[in-house]
Design a protein around this ligand. Structure first.
Ligand code: TYM
Length: 384
């Protein structure tokens, strides 16, 4: 049977069936037992994982074993600077920061000012502008400035290139074509790209753990094929679902459609207008129908965002679910709540971004980890 959805690192089409995606990609569900163990070790619960927005993994159990055995792990994630960031982009970073805080580990953040040049119709000037902006957004998340290294590939490349050369030799065209769908017309930069996205998984001898949406998983499949050839551990990954566009459950939120995305620099008025105008409602078409049938929570953008991303209070979200699905609460009311919660989140984030200069400088150049990284040459050795 042909799938009615498709997920690649470059695009998401259709309404994703997340359980089927686990089978298709060959990943594992984060079940209640693993969740409990993770929260126990963290000494706290995480909202996104508690609500199953972060729902799938590879090798997280192994990373936790090693953490308990004191071998530890490190974190890696990234951003492609091809536009301003929306709320979907920043969730992985907030989750990564949460893990850093709870487990006291290093974080590496790759800014792909090479990938986006190859993959998009975009100039160097635009990439520079977006890279600077995106880095400020990421610094605003609140990572530990002495344990976090943010690097732009074109700037840091000389320190990674020996290792990338070794990885590139181990990936052939058939793999790149079958894993990423590259074709004859794909430029050769993109063919080389998987080697570059994989090098940070080798930055330390410990196991790498990568929080990202599940679209990035194909890269980690390649890493897991080759890591042991270099005497390194297979990377672990923790996968989130996608935040859909405001307009409904198909596809994913995208900066190229800013009207249906909540951008991190949106003003309270813009948020209100977008939510009221575009947030897809699972409520009935008429008042009568709504009172009778209630809302379909599974497709209702406002409910899903509140539940998955914003509302910590279990009791309150349970109450909203009950009232909205029974038709007692109206779409207008839940949109009001979403606007309020979103604006609170964005306001705090924007304030931190305003004051991020010093943090950017530390995470890129002056902090302890950054200084260490600028002194290093990352190379790999085949275990013959
Ligand atoms: P990019 O810039 O497309 O996306 C950055 C991060 O945001 C996630 N993401 C989303 N998450 C939830 N809902 C959405 N609608 C949504 N859209 C994007 C992505 O999964 C990603 O985690 N090639 C990468 C950059 C990269 C990277 C990495 C990402 C380099 N190394 C390591 C993750 C981990 C890219 O273009 O991401």
């Amino acid at each position: 049977m042909a799938e009615d959805f498709d997920v690649t690192p470059f695009d998401v089409e259709g309404q994703v069936d997340y359980d089927r995606l686990i089978d298709k990609f060959g990943t594992e569900e984060i079940d209640e037992e693993l969740k409990e163990r993770f929260f126990d070790l963290a000494g706290d619960e995480n909202l996104y994982m508690k609500r199953d927005f972060i729902y799938s993994h590879r090798g997280l159990d192994k990373a936790l074993d090693e953490y308990e055995e004191e071998d530890g792990f490190f974190l890696y994630t990234g951003i492609g600077p091809s536009g301003k960031m929306h709320i979907g982009h920043i969730i992985s970073f907030y989750f990564t920061k949460w893990i850093q805080e709870k487990f006291d580990v290093n974080v590496y953040i790759q800014v792909t000012d090479d990938e986006k040049y190859w993959d998009r119709d975009i100039t160097d000037e635009e990439i520079d502008k977006y890279a600077e902006d995106n880095i400020r957004e990421i610094a605003a998340v609140g990572f530990d400035p002495d344990k976090t290294f943010i690097f732009r590939n074109r700037e840091y490349m000389g320190h990674m290139y020996d290792g990338i050369v070794k990885i590139a030799e181990k990936i052939n065209n058939s793999q790149a074509q079958s894993v990423f769908g590259f074709e004859g017309s794909t430029n050769i930069g993109m063919n080389f790209w998987p080697a570059i996205q994989n090098i940070p998984t080798f930055f330390e001898d410990k196991r790498c753990v990568i929080p990202a949406a599940i679209d990035q998983d194909p890269y980690w499949r390649i890493q897991r094929d080759i890591a042991e050839k270099f005497g390194h551990k297979k990377t672990a990954a923790i996968h989130s679902k996608f935040i859909p566009a405001l307009t409904g459950p198909e596809g994913k939120m995208s900066s190229s459609k800013p009207k249906t995305a909540i951008m991190l620099d949106d003003s309270p008025e813009e948020v209100e207008e977008k939510v009221k105008k575009h947030a897809y409602s699972g409520g009935g078409d008429t008042l009568e129908e709504h009172r009778e049938e209630g809302a379909d929570l599974a497709v209702d953008t406002s409910f899903q965002w509140l539940r998955n991303l914003l509302m910590e209070d279990d009791e309150r979200i349970r109450e909203i679910a009950e009232k909205y699905s029974s038709g007692e609460m109206m779409t207008g009311e839940i949109k009001e709540i979403l606007v309020e919660e979103l604006n609170e989140f964005l306001q705090e984030h924007q304030e931190r971004k305003e004051n991020a200069d010093e943090l950017v400088q530390q995470m890129m150049y002056d902090g302890e980890l950054a200084q260490e990284m600028w002194d290093r040459n990352i190379d790999l050795e085949l275990q013959r």
